[in-house]
Design a protein around this ligand. Structure first.
Ligand code: AR6
Length: 175
């Protein structure tokens, strides 16, 4: 069974097999965690992203990590928050689901997620964290006795409010 842990800090510094980026549909970079990942990975990341021809919201695509400690980057496109009646929950769930599939595809056994969509895309942080944890738990439990493929899963929290939310939800087995 994979271990789920909330950690604070900068996702670009983590020595894991794969980190997840909170990208936009162009996959050509931006601000926030996306900007930090592109800066730390170096210019080869943008060259690799150009070849992907963008990505729809709710989906994710993989590239190498180039100069990052992580071997892979999964570029997930979260939804912009428009009040919650626009399919935002399902689209956010799709990002997490697809990244877990990508982890299996490339053989990544340790994966770190940022709080996708909770920055400039304004998704409410607690609602987003509940979705993230529910998807991860259900995928891991679905694989049951079978090998889930992932040993360690990190939720990387860039501010104390996000860390508090994740620590609280992860300590509650019913979340
Ligand atoms: N490590 C971990 N988390 C971080 C880091 C970091 N280095 N930097 C920021 N965060 P955001 P979004 C947190 O805005 O809402 C970009 O321009 C941040 O505090 O990066 O999905 C893209 O190109 C927040 O909790 O992503 C898109 O256009 C979380 O990461 C757009 O922003 C997500 O914040 C995507 O918006």
């Amino acid at each position: 069974m994979a271990q789920l842990t909330a950690v604070s800090g900068d996702i670009t510094q983590l020595h894991v097999d794969a980190i997840v980026n909170a990208a936009n549909e162009s996959l050509l970079g931006g601000g926030g965690v996306d900007g930090a990942i592109h800066r730390a990975a170096g210019p080869d990341l943008l060259i690799a992203c150009r070849k992907l021809n963008g990505c729809p919201t709710g989906d994710a695509k993989a590239t190498p990590g180039f100069c990052l400690p992580a071997k892979w980057v999964f570029h997930a496109v979260g939804p912009v928050w428009h009040g919650g009646a626009d399919g935002e929950d399902d689209l956010l769930a799709g990002c997490y689901r697809r990244c877990l599939e990508l982890a299996l595809e490339v053989g990544a056994r340790s994966v770190a997620f940022p709080a996708i969509s909770t920055g400039v895309y304004r998704f409410p942080p607690e609602r987003a964290a509940k979705i993230a944890i529910a998807i991860v738990r259900s995928r891991i439990e679905e694989s049951g006795a079978k090998e889930s493929g992932i040993d360690e899963l990190f939720f990387v929290c860039f501010n104390s409010e996000t860390l508090r939310i994740y620590q609280h939800l992860l300590s509650d087995a019913r979340t």
